[in-house]
Every structure is written in C-alpha cells, then in structure tokens.
Design a protein. Structure first.
Lengths: 582, 175
C-alpha cells in the first residue's frame, strides 16, 4: 500500500492507539494536518504550543499513556522546549511531532527553520530527524516504545515537509523488530534476586526504617504493591511531591511529604532513620537539603529503573535496578519467605510511636484569619479539599500555591495529583489540567494556580471553552510572585525586588468571562464555601475563582536552600515545642 | 580537590547521525573538556567506536558513564586502564627545515622512526605513529626547529588480549 509520509504518520499514530493529540498547525507540518481530518484521532487545537506540550503531560500523568503533541517547525518547536524539559525532569511519557523545513532546505536558515533535534537533544529521552518517508512507521513505533518503557520520558520526532509529502510503502514493524532496531536500549525491569534478598534482610533488621517513595512508584503502577509492603512490615511512608497519592494520606503509616516544605514528621523521620528504602526516588536537593547532613545514620536501599540514579547523590548500601512494582512484589515474597523460615523482624513499634508523636505534635499549621482580616490561602485549600467530589484530580502550578496544595490536600488515590516537580514550570497548571480532564472526562479537575502562574498560560482556557473541556481553576491571588516574595522576606531582609504584580489588573473575573468561563471573585472567608459550591455545580464550562488571599502568608515548614534538614523552620506557633522534635 | 586524571573511554555506538553530538554534549553540559577524540566505524560498519580521553575526577566520570549508557545509540562502554590497553596515535607535522637545519631534522625523524611524507624548499611534512607518549616526545624534540602546522588524530585504544577483557568484549557483542 502506497501512502504519503503524512498519511503514514497519522496511520502510525492510530496504530499506537493514540486517541487524542494536542497541537497547532503551521507551514511545515501542514501536510500532516490533512489526513488528520479523516482520522479517528481527536485533535485539540491549542492557543500556544507550550500549552499543547503541558496538556500532553497532564494527559500522560493521569492516564499513564504517552501524551502526544504535534506542532510545526521553528518557533513552534522552540515553544515546545519547556514542556519537553518538564516531561524529561519528571519522567513523563510523551511523544512530540514537529514539522521541519524540507530536507533540501535544512541548514539554509529557511523560513521557520531551527535545529530542533539539536535544541531538544538535552531535554528529551531521545529524538530523531526523519530523513525518509519510508522510515516513519519504525521511528514512530520506536518513539512510543522509548517514551513508555524503562524510565519514561519525552521523545521528539522531527519530520521535514518533503518527508510528509513523499510516498512510501506502508508496513508496521513487529515488537521484535522494534527491539532489534534499538540494540543499545535494554532497560532492566527485574531486580537482581541476590540484591532483593539482601534488601529484605536489611529491612527486617532495622529498627528505624522509612519508605521513601518517589514518582517512580506511580510510573511503575506500584501503589498497591507499596501498600502491601508497608502494611506487611509496618514501616512508615513518606511520599515526595511527585508521589503524592501513591499511598493514602489517611493511612496511619503515612507521614506526608518530605523535603523543603515537607511535614516535620516526614523530614525528621528521614533524618533520624537507620534505613531509607528509596523507591523510585532520586534524592533530589529539595528532599535532602544539605546532602552531607542528610539522614546521617541511614543505610540506603535504592530501587530505581534508571541505573544512573544509583549513587548519583547518595551511595546506596543495596542498589536494585529494576521496575518498582516488580521489585517490590519480589521483595514482599522474599520477606514472607524469610519470616516463614523463622526470621524475626526487628521491633519497629517504638519507632512508629515516635514518628506518630511527631505527626501529632507538629501538624501543618497556620493562623486562621480573624473576622475582617484577609483570606488565608490555606483556608481556601482546606475548603476546596473538603468540598471536592470524590476522585477529584488536583493540578497545580509552581510556587507557594503548589506547596500548600500538596500539603493541605488529602490524596487518597494515585494519579489524582499533577504538578511540575523537577523543572518547576510556572504556568503548568492550566494546560496540564486541560490535558488531565481530556484523559479523565468523568472526573472533576481542579487547577490550583497563583496569579503569577495564571498569567503565563491562561489563554488555554480559550482552548478549554472551544473544545468543551470544563475545568475549574482556583487562583490563590496575592498579587505577588509569592514564593520569591517569601524568600526575599526571609533571606533578603524584606527587600522586595520585582515581586509585586498588581492587585488591580488584570481583572481575573472579566478575563475568565472573556475566555468563555464563569468568573467568581472571593474576598472574604464567608464567601469561600458558596463560591466553591457554585464552581463544583457548573459542569458545562470552565470556572475561574479568584481568591484574594493574604500576601504575607508563608509556606511552613521550610528547610532553607542549602541548610540541613535538622534546621527546618517550623510554623511560628510550633517554635516553643520544637524540643520535642528529637 | 582531588587530582584530575586522564581517563580513556571506549564507546561502541550505532553508526548514525547525531550520535557524536549526543555523546559530546554530556561532557559539554558539565563543563568538562574532551582532551582527545577519535571516531570511526568499528568491526561492523553499522557500529562506530569512539575513543574519548577526558580529564575528570572519578566521581563525575562514573555519572557521565552511566548517562552515556542511557543514550539509546550507545551499545557498550569500557573505561580502559592504560596498563591494560594498547594505545596508538598518529601525528602529521610540517616542520621548518631550512638548508642549515635540514640534516638535523631528518636525522631526528629517522631516530624516532617517523616518515617524511612531503618535502618543500624550507619545510618537511612528517608522519609518525605510535604510543601517544612517544608522539609527545617527538613534538618536544622537533619544536625548537619550528612547527608550522600540526595535527594529531587523537588516541585510539583497545584492551590488551588477556582472558578477562576478551570475555567482556564478547558480552558487548551480544548486547
């Protein structure tokens, strides 16, 4: 069967069971948009290419399937760099198709030409410039295979215009052919039995263990296995920013989030622990604080599918390269065998009471506002949480509102939390929430945004309106770049430099209405519940709630950058009891 | 700061466009200079072998090697211990050799087993192959006469044929 490259590209995407793609056409990718008219694939037309990328990420976050974005060459490709880098840092499976100038024009500074594979090389798991239409089916198959196996990540396929218009003989490579075509790509998924046995023995022998759970647990679909392991061994769990939802917040073993703005219990448990069982976590600087003082007495079992994470920050005592789910399942088996054979687990009872004590004595805390005082952002989040329909997906931007979201939400199920962790991309939430809603149309999706973030990508609410993808947006609007303001207040002697936005413009309610959404403004605590209830009741269009919140509010606890986790700053109300954190 | 040291990496890669750029950029993003680099097709023409000499501390090198291995087109990486490897390099140099010096220069080239590949009225182009240390010596000895142009190929290296290394090479071929 003879097809044009464009037809082959779209057919290949269909063969990969792509149901939706996010994109925006332009000169070089034009040929691919023609067969799209006859395709089963739903295309969502964005207002800015960055939006397409983050939508693909949001979709991938909640479905586990690669998100697909398609844009043209040059400026469209450069607009895609941020989402690609974001997906790369957070190991999000994504396939991005970019148009390119015709092969004969490459390198001539042709109109809308840029070196896309060069520019995106360091922000993708892999990228490929396709030089012949005949190669397209194989390259697309490779892209999906690479994006979704091993440590997931973004793959970019750059397709020159003449490759799209040339003809080719259609074929569809088998799984084996795809694997054979990538001789240098052999991800290890099954953990080494000897290492797993060693890990099991170490785990049973330690008295102060902590399960340090990262985003890899979610990528490996390992939430159930994790729960079984935690309950079998009664080891407390901390879930990183990327792993919120991987273990229920209501579970008595859950200590919450560790790291720079983690709970006192999670941070301190790691610090005092004698064994960290790191599962799909990468010892990020936001977790460890000053590395040389991080968990000084802890031995490390490190399970990660990426061998390059082993020993990158902290040398593990037991490294296990493999898929988290497979490794945990094996580990559970070995532990059960050992226990069956008479081995006895060290008593973790005293440790559990100690960490529970920290959790009870040092809850998240803020000063509620007195009548007539400004609204507290944490209060808004508590109300949003309490009134959210079951299974609500929470998506956040980056900054204070992100940390409060992660802290104050109650995550009970995996894949209900979407945020930009590694790259910290402001403006992530609106497009990512749209992508998440496309992935799960039956679920309520709340985007929590800051007023700074919102102004970076709000135009995608037009996309949401036109494409009928109703999301809900809560802007925690303090008229500041809040997190930067917090750092300037705490570490730059309150010298506020270029962080004040504006309390007057934009008018977020009018802006929301102009984009086809319902806009609601909330100034006082008593307006909060009715506004949220109204937002939750509207399901035929998007809603933007502009919460005018107290700009002086800061995120606590906090481990200042470069400081030891031992020096975490508690909310002011808990300073007097600090001595109990030992 | 611990001492920087020459490390020789032998990287077997797919012989495809862009692979060298991927490999090189892993060093560039960390601010590490590549001391020498040699690339050419290997035993199978679908593969190339890249020999990289870098001055890096041990810890970052380990991380780079792991990152290199993550590149989809990288098949195999070995760090070669100079004591367990054969190393070769080729130098081409055009040396000033006027009537007064010509005899000395030619004599030096003969002693070091170089070959004269071109002769001009007041210069000689010489090629010399051997261990990189030998090439360094040659450069030092010839420099006083005046080196007009010089090009070295960069080091190439293969493991010495002892039993252990042969085994690992076979594993590499399997994948």
């Amino acid at each position: 069967m003879k097809l044009t490259g464009a037809q082959a590209l779209i057919k290949a995407l269909e063969m990969e069971n792509v149901e939706v793609m996010f994109g925006l056409p332009g000169g070089c990718i034009l040929p691919a948009y023609d067969p799209l008219l006859d395709s089963s694939i739903r295309h969502i037309l964005v207002r800015h290419e960055q939006g397409a990328g983050h939508m693909a990420e949001g979709y991938a976050h909640v479905t586990g399937r690669p998100g697909v974005a398609m844009v043209t060459s040059g400026p469209a490709a450069t607009n895609m760099v941020t989402p690609l880098c974001d997906a790369f840092m957070d190991s999000i499976p994504m396939v991005c198709i970019t148009g390119q100038v015709p092969t004969t024009a490459i390198g001539t500074d042709a109109f809308q030409e840029c070196d896309t594979v060069g520019i995106t090389r360091s922000v993708t798991k892999h990228n490929e410039l396709v030089m012949s239409a005949q190669d397209l089916p194989m390259v697309i198959r490779q892209a999906f295979y690479l994006a979704s196996t091993g440590r997931p990540g973004p793959v970019l396929v750059d397709v020159p215009k003449d490759v799209l218009t040339n003809t080719m003989d259609w074929y569809w490579p088998t799984d084996a052919e795809v694997v054979d075509s990538l001789p240098g790509y052999r991800p290890v998924t099954k953990g080494h039995p000897k290492m797993i046995k060693e890990a099991a023995k170490l785990l049973l022998s330690c008295e102060r263990p902590v399960l340090y759970v990262g985003g890899g647990i979610l990528k490996a679909r390992a939430a159930e296995a994790l729960r079984e392991l935690a309950e079998l061994t009664q080891i407390p769990v901390v879930t990183t920013l990327m792993a919120r939802g991987a273990f229920p917040d209501s579970h008595p073993l859950n200590l919450g989030m560790p790291g720079m703005h983690g709970t006192a219990a999670a941070i301190t448990a790691m610090q005092k622990s004698d064994l960290l069982i790191a599962l799909g976590a990468r010892f990020d600087d936001r977790i460890t604080g000053k590395v040389s003082t991080f968990a000084p007495e802890a031995k490390i079992i490190h399970v990660d599918i990426d061998p390059a994470e082993q020993g990158k920050v902290r040398r593990p005592d037991v490294p296990i390269v493999g898929d988290c789910r497979l490794v945990i399942e094996e580990l559970i088996k070995v532990i059960k065998d050992l226990l069956g054979a008479g081995e006895v687990q060290a008593d973790v009872g005293p440790w559990r009471s100690r960490v529970s004590g920290w959790r009870e004595q040092f809850p998240l805390a803020y000063e509620p506002s007195e009548p007539g005082e400004a609204l507290k952002p944490q209060f808004c989040l508590e109300k949003l949480r309490d009134l959210a329909p079951k299974g609500t997906i929470l998506v956040s931007g980056v900054g204070q509102h992100q940390m409060w979201s992660s802290q104050y939400w109650q995550f009970e199920e995996p894949y209900t939390w979407v945020n930009s962790g590694g790259l910290g991309t402001m403006g992530f939430s609106i497009p990512a929430a749209i992508g998440a809603k496309v992935g799960h149309p039956e679920k309520t999706v709340w985007a929590i945004d800051g007023d700074g973030c919102f102004q970076m990508t709000a135009q995608e609410l037009v996309t949401a309106s036109v494409e009928r993808i109703p999301i809900k947006v809560a802007i925690l609007n303090n008229s500041y770049l809040g997190m930067v303001r917090q750092w300037q207040e705490m570490f730059y002697e309150e010298r506020y430099s270029e962080v004040y936005l504006s309390p007057e413009v934009p008018d977020f309610v009018k802006w929301a209405e102009a984009m086809g959404c319902v806009g609601i403004r909330v100034d006082s605590p008593e307006e909060v519940e009715p506004a949220i209830e109204k937002a939750n009741s509207i399901n035929d269009r998007s809603v933007v709630v502009d919460f005018r919140v107290d700009a002086r509010e800061k995120v606590f606890p906090m481990v200042p950058a470069g400081f030891s986790n031992d020096d975490l700053l508690l909310p002011p109300s808990q300073n007097e009891t600090r001595r109990f954190l030992g | 700061m611990s001492e920087l040291q020459h490390h020789i990496l032998s990287v077997l890669v797919e012989n495809r466009p862009g692979v060298l750029a991927r490999v090189a950029s892993l060093f560039a993003r960390r601010g590490f200079n590549i001391f020498s680099l040699a690339v050419a097709p290997a035993e199978e023409d679908t593969m190339s072998r890249i020999t990289i000499v870098v001055d890096v501390e041990r810890t970052p090198l380990e991380q780079i090697v792991k990152q290199l291995f993550k590149l989809v087109e990288v098949i195999k990486i070995s760090e070669l211990d100079p004591r367990q490897a054969v190393e070769r390099e080729l130098i081409l140099a055009t040396v000033r050799a006027g009537a007064a010096d010509r005899g000395h220069v030619v004599e030096l080239i003969q002693i070091l087993e170089g070959k004269i590949v071109a002769v001009g009225s007041d210069a000689i182009t010489v090629s010399l192959e051997g261990h990189p240390d030998k090439l360094d010596d040659f450069e030092d000895l010839i420099r006083p006469y005046g080196i007009l142009e010089l090009q070295r190929t960069g080091r190439i290296a293969l493991p010495k044929l002892d039993r252990d290394v042969r085994t690992s090479a076979v594993k590499g071929n399997i994948g």
